[in-house]
Structures are given as structure tokens and as C-alpha cells.
Write a protein that binds this ligand. Structure first.
Ligand SMILES: Cc1ncc(COP(=O)(O)O)c(C=O)c1O
Length: 364
């Protein structure tokens, strides 16, 4: 009898961005710039931080298992019903929870190749067949290819919009015909972790689309624009019936008391959201122009990061060389982009530093 099922034995664990402390320890340097995990360069919302500190004084108590105040605040802000909101330990937990709750043996999880790796991990961990459609023009979801792979066994389709690691996005005009082609019993998860950074015209209003497509599940996170990645808090919106099932399967206290309190405060901190959005919208083109000037191909992005192709380079080597310059980025060879790096948009000084370091590494 094997110790674990074959689908678990063959799992490759998620590789996170290198923590600053680890890089500093390994290289014996300090002041490392971490542009590896699409975190908020401005830090947490100050209002959320104050609420978290206050809530920490009640850390001996279990959290509210129903996350009433947080779900209430989310429902109000999003203009949806309380019963349509669910929360989790990062949206990563919710990706996994959707697969765990809704898929049966023999059913398939469908997404695009080169998209967020958590979809594959969730499917594989639960022993579900994982189907990928190839991308088009290297970095874009190909909705026709995805459509061609829809079948009677397709239970969940994951679409990251904007996508990670490419930063590319689907417009409403592209997405809507795809949703029309998906059978009602197939759930479509729109993973909008970066939605608050979008300024492209024609971006889908996912919450409005839910009214037409009750099989739509929208996932979002407090890790990016709200700057709370370390507290682990994500949320989703789906029809109440689906939320009811997710609720039965999730762990009873899947979000902490501190995270819930911080989340409520972060939602109300409009100034921090505005600052964070403005930083990315200002620095994203600055960084893109600087990278292009170094000869990189910069993939157009609506996230707080850029996917950058440096043709002829070895992604792992460029990553290591940048590390030695005190800048951590994310090589994405594992996503099928061996000559690319994913670079988070940082503070202006961090972006300048990355450009100088990359110029040095490339000898340009
Ligand atoms: C597309 C996408 N979805 C989900 C997540 C998970 O975020 P979290 O679990 O921190 O909410 C990320 C994180 O980088 C992401 O890029």
C-alpha cells in the first residue's frame, strides 16, 4: 500500500518568491529589494494595521467563523447579497476550496497553459484531471482553444483576469461569448486578484456578468492592493447556493480574527487604495519603458507586475545575477517562459535600482 496516492506523490510544490531575510542571509547583504511576489510596495493599509494591532489583543479568542462583519462590509461595498460572499485564507485557499467542493472523480479542471500554477496544484492534489489550452501569441489566453476543450466532464474553468504571470487580460467583448458557450453546470472562476490595478478600457464588470451567468464565481484578494498578503485573506462572490456548499466544506475558522478585523478596515481605507493604484499606474509605464530601453520585450500588463522577455538569456541565471545585485525578481521557466522574468512594480527607487541592476547584468 503506497504512503500517499500517486497524484500526491507526483505533486511539485509551489515555489514562492524568495523571502528578503533568506536572500540577505545567503548573500550576506542588506537592503534587498523584493520585486518577486506582486506585493504592495506601499505596505499595508495604515487603517488595517491599526485594526490588526487592536484585534491582536483578542487573539486568545476564536474568530467569528461566519466572518459576519467582513462579509457584511464586502457585500455592501460590492453591491451584492451577504449570502453571496465567502472568505478564505488567501484566495489561494478559495481556489482549492472550489475544486474540493464541486468536483467529482472523473470531472475535469480546465484553464490556460502558462497561467497561475495554483489551479494545477488544486486539481492535482484532489486527483482531478487537469486540462490546459495553449496560449496564443505566447502570452495571451486563447478563448477559442479553451472553448474547444470544454466537454461534458469539464466542471470548473479557471480564468485569471488579469493573468499571472503574463499580466495580459480579457476584455468583456472577448469574455462574454466564451461564457455564453459554457454549459450552466460548468463553473467559471474569474480570478481577479489584480483587478484594482486595471485601467484598460473594456475590462469586464464581473459582478454585473454574474447576473447573466449564475455559474460565475469571482475571486479577489486582500494580498495585492490592500497590502495584506502576510495576513492571508481572500474573498469571493458566487450565487448563494454555491456559497452554501463552500461553507460546508471549508475549515470552520479559515480566516483569523486579526485578518478579519484588518480586512474590514482595509476596505474602508480608500486613500490607501487610491495611493496604491496611482503608484502602479505611474510606475508601470516607467518600468516598462526602462526595460524596453534595455532591449527587453515587455508584455503589456494590467497587474502590479510586468512579464519581461530577455531573448537569448537563461531565466535562472539572470535571476541569480540580479540576486547578487540585491534585487529579487521571479524567474518563470516553470510556467514555460524560460527566457522571462516577472517583475513586481515597486517604489520609484526600487524600479530604478532594478533597471540599473539589470543593465549591469546584461552588460548594457
Ligand atoms: C492570479 C492570482 N490568483 C490568486 C493569487 C493568490 O493570492 P492570495 O492567496 O494571496 O489571495 C495570486 C497570488 O499571487 C494570483 O496571482
Amino acid at each position: 500500500m503506497p504512503l500517499v496516492p500517486p497524484n500526491v506523490a507526483s505533486l511539485t510544490p509551489y515555489v514562492p518568491g524568495k523571502p528578503i531575510e533568506e536572500v540577505e542571509r545567503e548573500l550576506g547583504i542588506s537592503g534587498v529589494a523584493k520585486l518577486a511576489s506582486n506585493e504592495n510596495a506601499l505596505g499595508p493599509s495604515p487603517l488595517a494595521l491599526a485594526a490588526a494591532r487592536e484585534a491582536a489583543g483578542r487573539a486568545h479568542l476564536y474568530p467569528d467563523g461566519s466572518a459576519y462583519l467582513l462579509r457584511h462590509a464586502l457585500a455592501e461595498r460590492l453591491g451584492v447579497a451577504f449570502e453571496e460572499v465567502f472568505v478564505g485564507n488567501g484566495s489561494n485557499e478559495l481556489i482549492e476550496l472550489v475544486v474540493r467542493t464541486f468536483t467529482c472523480p472523473g470531472e475535469e479542471v480546465l484553464t490556460s497553459a502558462g497561467s497561475f500554477v495554483a489551479y494545477r496544484l488544486a486539481a492535482q492534489a484532489h486527483g482531478r484531471a487537469f486540462v490546459e489550452a495553449p496560449m496564443k501569441a505566447r502570452f495571451h489566453y486563447d478563448l477559442s482553444a479553451l472553448r474547444a476543450r470544454l466537454g461534458p466532464a469539464t466542471k470548473v474553468v479557471f480564468l485569471a483576469n488579469p493573468d499571472n504571470p503574463t499580466g495580459t487580460w480579457l476584455t468583456a467583448a472577448e469574455l462574454t461569448p466564451f461564457l455564453e458557450a459554457v454549459p450552466p453546470a460548468t463553473l467559471v472562476v474569474l480570478d481577479e486578484a489584480y483587478v484594482e490595478f486595471v485601467d484598460a478600457p473594456g475590462f469586464p464588470d464581473s459582478l454585473a456578468l454574474r447576473r447573466r451567468f449564475p455559474n460565475l464565481i469571482v475571486l479577489r484578494t486582500f494580498s495585492k492592493i490592500y497590502g495584506l498578503a502576510g495576513l492571508r485573506l481572500g474573498y469571493g462572490v458566487a450565487r448563494a447556493e454555491l456559497v452554501g456548499f463552500l461553507d460546508r466544506v471549508r475549515a470552520p475558522f479559515n480566516t483569523s480574527l486579526v485578518a478579519q478585523a484588518a480586512g474590514v478596515a482595509a476596505l474602508a481605507d480608500e486613500a490607501h487604495v487610491a495611493r496604491s493604484r496611482a503608484l502602479v499606474r505611474e510606475e508601470r509605464p516607467f518600468l516598462a519603458a526602462g526595460l524596453a530601453a534595455l532591449g527587453a520585450t515587455v508584455v503589456p500588463s494590467q497587474g502590479n507586475f510586468l512579464l519581461v522577455d530577455l531573448p537569448g538569456t537563461d531565466g535562472a541565471q539572470v535571476f541569480q545575477a540580479l540576486l547578487r545585485e540585491g534585487v529579487v525578481v521571479r524567474p518563470v521557466g516553470g510556467y514555460g517562459f524560460p527566457t522571462c522574468q516577472r517583475i513586481t512594480v515597486g517604489l520609484h527607487g526600487e524600479n530604478q535600482r532594478l533597471l540599473a541592476a539589470l543593465g549591469k547584468v546584461l552588460g548594457r
